[in-house]
Design a protein around this ligand. Structure first.
Ligand SMILES: [Zn+2]
Length: 104
């Protein structure tokens, strides 16, 4: 097997910080239009340790890991806790049923 990328980096979440040039917007304003921010590879994020843009392959993986963990947190946060469970189910049925639930 031939590796194209030197030593394998471990799949762990690196500390990232918002790009100070585009302030996380991924683009900077040119004279007529917005340009991709080159300081962060148009990702809005830079390495918190070095302050440099991450290589695209690392960047994609880091963002993916973050997205996954954020999604996992969101779905955990949506889990009803204890007694709230039944009410949640009822609300769900009411909203999904044909009773014209408008939220009033
Ligand atoms: Zn930037």
């Amino acid at each position: 097997m031939k590796k194209s990328h030197g030593p394998a980096f471990r799949r762990e979440i690196k500390p990232l910080m918002e790009c100070g040039i585009c302030r996380g917007a991924t683009v900077v304003s040119g004279v007529f239009h917005q340009l991709d921010c080159t300081a962060c590879n148009a990702s809005g994020w830079i390495c918190a340790e070095t302050g440099d843009a991450l290589p695209l392959d690392v960047l994609v993986q880091q963002l993916s890991l973050r997205l996954r963990s954020t999604n996992a947190e969101l779905s955990r946060a949506r889990q009803p806790i204890g007694g709230a469970h039944e009410q949640y189910e009822q609300n769900n049925r009411r909203g999904a049923g044909g009773t014209n639930y408008t939220g009033d």
